[in-house]
Write a protein that binds this ligand. Structure first.
Ligand code: AMP
Ligand code: GLY
Length: 426
């Protein structure tokens, strides 16, 4: 089979590396792909958000499946358009991707179906929102814009002034465009976070190995929020008892709720969870694989990914026994100096062989923001690389990843030195 993967970051590199191991896959195409992906897939310069362009590319390449990995094309309805044109896909249709595309939708769904999450109110009027925060008088206050905002649409305000500023920047300032025309103000929860990605065909849900992201830019969770500076899997805080509780109270109820609403979710559903003193609660849903969670979860998959993609399309996921390696995996992100704010691009990366990998082979390098030009790998984004290793224990996986990080360099490269520390220390 031939498959076209839409996207061009570390997550897509991890998906493509998993597909490259499949005995069922002959050829992989990527659009747009990146420098590292080009070692495994034929890259085509179509933007991930260009729906008409992607349909045209699919018509030309005639892949057996199109795997839509990023959130924005899913929310915009790329899967719907591809299906209308006769292509089989992996990923939810727009009416299910709304679970990530609108926080107002997802919060209302959870309220209606009793799925545990932070208590909340929604607002379109800034004065009413400000009056509400004043009346609640409880800080930190969590303020979120309704739509997609490149991971920047959540503000944890530590006092009234910060809350007021956040509300005004979303509802009046137009900082987030249409995404910020409605906001959610919710209760602040505490506890460690866990990501659980789950395969689902709309009826059956099969959770993958759990993981932990590290969202802040600097060590000890300081600095701005980023797309994710590193991940580990499995997450040791996510015990079997918690997994059973989540299956009963969160995963299955969500899949059933979406089906009952006439919005069956097919693909990978991302559960962002917080283990609060009162039990596991949903922080957010994403309608796709996480980045960089995918980079540590898929290397532990022991079942052919293509078989899972087919089972989901055919709605036969219940018949498939998905197996996982009993190992640990760690990913350390190397980012451009300045990320998540302003950063340079086009810097040469040293330490790689012709495939953009380390010759020593102790770690796999997922390329997030790179391009290959005249045989040289150059930086091309904020998050540049995800250096990933698998081992018998988390400590050994981390040691292998960090040893590999030391062999790769580019000017002002920045990475966290404490990935996995919280998971190891409990
Ligand atoms: P999100 O984009 O919804 O994942 O939010 C980004 C981050 O903000 C999460 O990973 C949490 O660390 C934090 N966060 C979001 N909602 C809450 C909440 N209700 N209580 C505490 N922290 C939150
Ligand atoms: N790592 C967080 C996300 O993919 O949204």
């Amino acid at each position: 089979m031939n498959i076209l993967v839409v996207g061009g970051g570390g997550r897509e590199h991890a998906i493509i590396a998993a597909l490259a191991k499949s005995s069922k896959v002959d050829k992989i195409y990527a659009a747009p792909g990146n420098g590292g992906i080009s070692a495994l897939a034929e890259c085509h310069p179509v933007k991930a958000t260009d729906i008409d362009g992607m349909v045209e590319l699919a018509k030309k390449l005639q892949p057996d499946y199109v795997f839509v990995a990023p959130d924005d094309p899913l929310v915009l309805g790329m899967v719907d358009k591809l299906n209308e044109n006769g292509f089989k896909t992996f990923g939810p249709r727009a009416n299910a991707a709304i679970l990530e595309g609108s926080k107002v939708f997802s919060k209302a769904l959870m309220k209606k179906y009793n799925i545990p999450t932070a208590a909340y109110e929604t607002f379109t009027d800034s004065e009413k929102a400000i009056a509400y925060v004043k009346e609640q008088n409880s800080y930190p206050a969590v303020i979120k814009c309704d739509g997609l905002a490149l991971g920047k649409g959540v503000i944890i305000a530590k006092d009234f002034d910060e809350a007021k500023e956040a509300i005004e920047s979303m509802l009046l300032g137009g900082k987030f465009g249409k995404s910020g025309s409605e906001i959610v103000i919710e209760e602040f929860m505490t506890g460690p976070e866990v990501t659980v990605l789950a395969f689902t065909d709309g009826v059956t849900v099969k959770p993958m190995v759990s993981s932990m992201d590290h969202k802040r830019a600097y060590d000890n969770d300081e600095g701005l929020n980023t797309g994710g500076m590193g991940t580990i899997a499995p997450n040791p805080l996510y015990t079997e008892a918690i997994a059973a509780e989540c299956m009963e109270n969160i995963f299955m109820p969500t899949i059933k709720a979406m089906a009952a609403e006439g919005r069956p979710f097919k693909g990978c559903l991302y559960f962002g969870l917080m283990l609060t003193p009162k039990g596991a609660r949903v922080i957010e849903y994403n309608c796709r694989f996480g980045d960089p969670e995918t980079q540590v979860v898929l290397p532990l998959l022991d079942t052919d990914l293509m078989e899972i993609i087919e089972a989901i399309w055919e709605e036969k996921l219940c018949d498939l026994d998905i197996k996982w390696k009993k190992e640990a995996c760690a990913c350390v992100v190397m980012a451009s100096g300045g990320y998540p704010e302003k950063y340079p691009t086009g810097l040469e990366i040293s330490g790689f062989n012709a495939d953009g990998q380390l010759d020593s082979g102790e770690a796999f390098v997922y390329h997030a923001g790179t391009k290959l030009e005249d045989g040289k790998y150059l930086t091309a984004g904020g998050r540049v690389l995800g250096i990933t290793a698998t081992a018998d224990t988390l400590q050994n996986a981390l040691d292998k990843s960090y040893a590999a990080v030391n062999k790769i360099s580019f000017e002002n490269a920045h990475y966290r030195k404490d990935i996995g520390k919280r998971a190891l220390n409990g």
